[in-house]
Ligand binder design. Structure first.
Ligand code: AMP
Length: 192
């Protein structure tokens, strides 16, 4: 299995690029954000609880997320590989992912971090908010999401850097050009 993480701040384009990767390489897409939004749309008690976190731009508790990831992993053990989008979001999740994978003799072979400056991220999210219908695509919530990214998610970069799995990509380029760069990295690192 070719498992990889697409990493980066909100608005960096990781959802779009993950979908491109999945299509190009025949992998499966695990977006924890999409799983959460589906649950919220179903208006269950769990959905209401999740919405409290998401609408404030803070992370959903690890135990809820890890249960979903574990279930998805088990369902896709025989796939060509998993593209993780929006997970891991903190150091604990990164360590738990390695631990779960280790038990199944699997590994994350590559972490692609999409780099975009904050002013561009903010502009993109405001634009996306006009059509996305997402309660967290507003200026106020976005400020919180960026703060959470810096304090909790960014440390994950060092974790992957230390084990030589991290590659930085310039996410300010046009979508197609970003994907060209990603494709080159994946071909070099995962399909040599
Ligand atoms: P995303 O679509 O990845 O930007 O995620 C939207 C929101 O879902 C985040 O702001 C968090 O509230 C929540 N979320 C998504 N993935 C995770 C995760 N791995 N851990 C905790 N919360 C998450």
């Amino acid at each position: 299995m070719k498992n990889l993480v697409v990493f980066g701040p909100p608005g960096c384009g990781k959802g779009t690029q993950s979908a491109n990767i999945v299509q190009r390489y025949g992998l499966v897409h695990l977006s924890t954000g999409d799983i959460i939004r589906k649950e919220i749309a179903g208006e269950s008690a769990m959905g209401d609880l999740l919405n409290k976190f998401v609408s404030h731009g803070v992370l959903v508790p690890d135990n809820i997320i890890l249960k979903e990831v574990y279930r998805f992993g088990l369902d896709h053990l025989r796939s060509n590989g998993i593209v993780f989008d929006g997970f891991p979001r903190n150091l604990y999740q990164a360590q738990m992912l390695d631990r779960i994978f280790h038990k199944k003799s699997m590994r994350i072979g590559l972490v692609i971090s999409i780099d975009v400056p904050e002013d561009i991220l903010m502009a993109r999210i405001i634009e996306r908010g006009k059509t996305s219908g997402r309660s967290d695509d507003t200026i106020e919530v976005m400020k919180n999401r960026l703060m959470v990214y810096q304090s909790q998610t960014q440390p994950v970069i060092d974790y992957y850097k230390k084990c030589n799995r991290l590659v930085l990509i310039d996410g300010t380029k046009a979508v197609n050009n970003v994907f060209d760069d990603i494709e080159q990295i994946i071909n070099e690192r995962l399909y040599r």
